[in-house]
Design a protein around this ligand. Structure first.
Ligand code: NAD
Length: 427
């Protein structure tokens, strides 16, 4: 019988997000009639590394020890790929769930990667630049045998950015003795980073709005958009929304939300955050709580911060007709069912935020070939890949009469399962 791996339980991965990822997987595996041996194998990550390491505070007498993780879910499809998150509540189960989602995401858009994810349990808002650099360099040193251009390629996620990726590239390169830009993506352009990577996830999210809106007959011109999370993904989603002629009526971050019915000045909000780190004190609208943001009267909601924010407790009261999941795992299974009943169209994380890993894939290819594409080439190819993935997923949804998440997972899980079956079991 299958599920041998479950006989002893798997407390290692226990976390709310991992439970959600498994619920989604089991639902789709059953619907697809997935081979039970393959299903059993895919429910758990292939490799996980837990490290602890010290770093010095700027007050040189203080040394803090922290946890770091790197999880590789599936090594079947090529090297693994996934972001690194710095947050106070990062744990092995969350990272494992995010690695699993990365596997499906790469398979849905057709990239030659398995999924991975990494994290360090620190509060990025309370690290100075020098402290963040020391954390990053030591974390990379601890996981150095686990990553590499043909092994596992990190990228930015919550709490990390281009500068963090530059330190990762430098630390790895120092160890191997030569510059190795292709070990990490999301780097600054000076180091072989893609000129379009920083904006790719947020812009990619919004690029799917016209396709999603067309399924509902919704006009996107002047559509009111609320965005939860105003970091990399949320802020560029806001920029793209404004460029498309939508009205960004609310944005939020860890400090709370800002609402302005005739449209938040996105550029001013970004400039405020660049100077002050959060939206705290930004005067460009009325202050709301993060919870209130989900009830703001709008047509489109973009969760672009943490996971597990759209739940059975608030799904009934979300006025938006379209939800574009910029964040990973923002919607619980119960909330998904409520939203589906209410006719709210959810474009799932594994599809909606795949612009980030797709642009990362371009960056990796360019670094390996030492040949760089123009910005318009990158944007054009990104749009083409995402639009095609959306159409393919929508076709599966229509054929099987399922929601877009289920359809996307049918496509992603199916591709990985077929690859596993043709490779066979070693030895
Ligand atoms: P980021 O660190 O740049 O920004 C995160 C934002 O969320 C910040 O504005 C922060 O203040 C806010 N935030 C954090 N905790 C919050 C809370 N509890 N309530 C409200 N707001 C909160 O991170 P990012 O790279 O923009 O990532 C955001 C989400 O998008 C994550 O779920 C990440 O996994 C996902 N994602 C990111 C990328 C990428 O390319 N960066 C790609 C795919 C998916």
């Amino acid at each position: 019988m299958a599920h041998h791996i479950l006989e002893g339980g798997f407390q290692e991965w226990e976390s709310p997000l991992y439970q959600e990822a498994l619920k989604q997987f089991d639902h789709v595996a059953e619907l697809m009639g997935l081979d039970h041996n393959v299903a059993d194998r895919l429910r758990v990550p292939q490799r996980a590394l837990v490290v602890t390491f010290p770093f010095r505070h700027d007050d040189y007498s203080e040394v803090e020890s922290v946890f770091g993780y790197r999880v590789q879910h599936v090594l079947t499809m090529g090297p693994t790929k996934g972001g690194i998150r710095y947050a106070l509540d990062v744990n092995l189960g969350e990272v494992a769930a995010l690695a699993m989602l990365m596997t499906w995401k790469c398979a849905i858009v057709g990239l030659p990667f398995g999924g991975a994810k990494g994290g360090v349990r620190v509060d990025p808002l309370h690290l100075t630049r020098a402290e963040k650099q020391r954390v990053t360099r030591r974390y990379v040193t601890e996981i150095i045998g686990f990553i590499g251009p043909s092994r596992d390629i990190p990228a930015p996620d919550m709490g990390t950015d281009e500068q963090t990726m530059a330190w990762i590239m430098d630390t790895y390169s120092q160890q191997v003795g030569h510059a190795e830009p292709s070990v990490v993506t999301g780097k600054p352009p000076e180091l072989g980073g893609s000129i379009a990577r920083r904006e790719a996830t947020g812009r990619g999210v919004m690029s799917l709005l016209p396709l999603a809106a067309a399924r509902l007959g919704l006009d996107t011109d002047g559509a009111r958009v609320a965005i939860h999370g105003f970091g990399n993904v949320g802020s560029y989603a806001a920029v793209a929304a404004a460029e498309m002629g939508c009205r960004v009526v609310a944005v939020s971050d860890i400090s709370g939300a800002v609402y302005r019915g005739d449209g938040v000045d996105v550029a001013a909000a970004m400039e405020w955050v660049r100077r002050h780190r959060t939206l705290e004190g930004f005067g460009g609208g009325d202050r709301l709580s993060n919870e209130d943001l989900f009830a703001v009267d709008c047509d489109v909601l973009v969760p672009a911060a943490v996971g597990g924010v759209i739940t059975a407790a608030n799904a009934e009261d979300i006025p938006a007709r379209v939800i574009l999941e910029g964040a990973n795992g923002p919607t619980t299974t119960e909330a998904d069912a409520i939203l589906a009943d209410r006719g709210v169209l959810v474009v799932p994380d594994v599809l909606a935020n795949s612009g980030g890993v797709t642009a990362s894939y371009f960056e990796w290819v360019q670094d390996l070939q030492h040949y760089f594409w123009s910005e318009s080439e990158i944007r054009g190819r990104l749009h083409e890949i995402m639009a095609r993935a959306f159409r393919e997923v929508a076709a599966v949804a229509d054929e099987h009469r399922v929601d877009l998440r289920t359809a996307a997972l049918i496509k992603g899980i199916g591709r990985v399962a077929r690859a596993k079956l043709v490779r066979g079991v070693f030895p």
